[in-house]
Design a protein around this ligand. Structure first.
Ligand code: NAD
Ligand code: TYD
Length: 339
């Protein structure tokens, strides 16, 4: 028997790179092959500490490029596929949704087609709780109807539904995880927590959308990775698993915590014009995942403190990012809001 090979698409992004490192630690005998397009959000240096060779290979390429994906499957014959590759930022999907449709729907379909013809042991589609839409009361369960409200969430829902259809129609061994809002090291500073940390370090305003009372159900990235690993190995094919740690917090509370951890004044919080169709609350019922044996290992406040420490000690990672393409996005998304 050869070595178990896992194809990790989008492995140079935030959760993907944490997951690759998780596999190196917890499944050291696996061969991990990363396929990543290196968009603005993907960085080869997120995996710089992992040497290439028998246990790790990095391939730059697009999941929507069928000849490339097909050739990679023929060569590597992966036992497992974990699809993290996606356009992921709601605000960018509001500015321009084309790439979201191309990668999150079409790209997922290309992967499913290649898996259908070439075969693999298990295909895990990494999805999001945003496909359920806003949850004003109670918590979303896996069987609930999908009601996405942003172009990002609609694209992810398209990918989920195509994956489930390929399971039903062609017997592709699909599993889906729907993760809650995730935070931790290596998150691109366009997202709420790393944006607020890095702005606060620089004494820049923290642009809080609307009244700041929106609720997100936060999960630390290492807990999210452990859940994906568990579902990949122990989940039931054809099933969906919600991934969340039950840390529901209002955005304004999180902003205040970040400022306290950095010793910065609350006057840095700047209420700005709300995001259109801003989902008021997310909340997940995670009993199915917990029945598999998963429980979060990190407390929210401690994990947030650890995340703040990481951004403080890794300015060399995020400062160049914030000066590049990000600066243009920041002007487009926040220029009129901040005045
Ligand atoms: P990210 O934006 O940090 O990384 C995405 C990665 O995918 C990047 O490395 C990028 O280069 C790569 N990529 C994009 N388009 C590609 C393409 N066409 N082909 C190959 N690679 C491509 O995203 P993330 O936050 O790490 O999210 C990873 C996955 O988890 C996504 O599918 C996302 O929908 C899902 N998710 C994220 C969160 C969260 O809070 N961050 C929560 C739940 C689910
Ligand atoms: P975000 O990190 O974009 O994740 P998502 O929209 O996918 O949940 O945002 C998290 C929350 O923070 C969300 O309610 C929007 C809010 N937010 C702000 O108030 N200001 C910001 O500048 C950003 C990026 C987000």
């Amino acid at each position: 028997m050869g070595r178990t090979t896992v194809l990790v698409t989008g492995g140079a992004g935030f959760i993907g790179s944490n997951f690759v490192r998780f596999l190196r630690t917890h499944r050291p005998d696996y061969r991990v092959v990363v396929l990543d397009k290196l968009t603005y959000a993907g960085r080869r240096e997120n995996l710089a500490d992992i040497p290439e060779g028998e246990y790790f290979r990095f391939v730059r390429g697009d999941i929507a490029d069928r000849p490339l994906v097909d050739a990679l499957f023929a060569e590597e014959r992966p036992d497992f596929v974990v699809n993290f590759a996606a356009e992921t930022h709601v605000d960018r999907s509001i500015l321009e949704a084309g790439e979201f449709i191309r990668t999150d729907i079409w790209g997922t379909w290309v992967l499913l087609e290649v898996v259908r013809h070439r075969g693999t042991g298990r295909f895990l589609q990494v999805s999001t709780d945003e496909v359920y839409g806003e949850i004003l009361e109670g918590s979303a369960s896996e069987g609930d109807p999908l009601a996405p409200r942003s172009p990002y969430a609609a694209s992810k829902a398209g990918g989920d539904l195509m994956a489930l259809a390929y399971h039903e129609t062609f017997g592709v061994p699909v599993l889906i995880t729907r993760g809650a809002n995730t935070f931790g090291p290596y998150q691109y500073p366009e997202k709420f927590i790393p944006l607020f940390i890095t702005n606060a370090i620089d004494n820049e305003p923290l642009p809080l959308y609307g009244d700041g009372r929106q609720v997100r159900d936060w999960v630390y990235v290492l807990d999210h990775c452990a859940a994906i690993d568990l579902v990949l190995h122990e989940g039931k094919v054809g099933q969906v698993y919600n991934v969340g740690a039950g840390n529901e917090r209002q955005n304004i509370e999180v902003a205040r915590l970040i400022l306290r951890l950095l010793g910065k004044p609350e006057s840095l919080i700047r209420p700005v014009a709300d995001r259109p169709a801003h989902d008021r609350r997310y909340s997940l019922d995670t009993s199915r995942l917990r029945a598999l044996g998963w429980a979060p290992r990190y407390r929210f406040e401690e994990a947030l403190a650890e995340t703040v420490r990481w951004y403080r000690t890794n300015e060399g990672w995020w400062r160049p990012i914030k000066q590049g393409e990000f600066a243009e996005f920041y002007r487009r998304n926040y220029g009129h809001r901040l005045g």
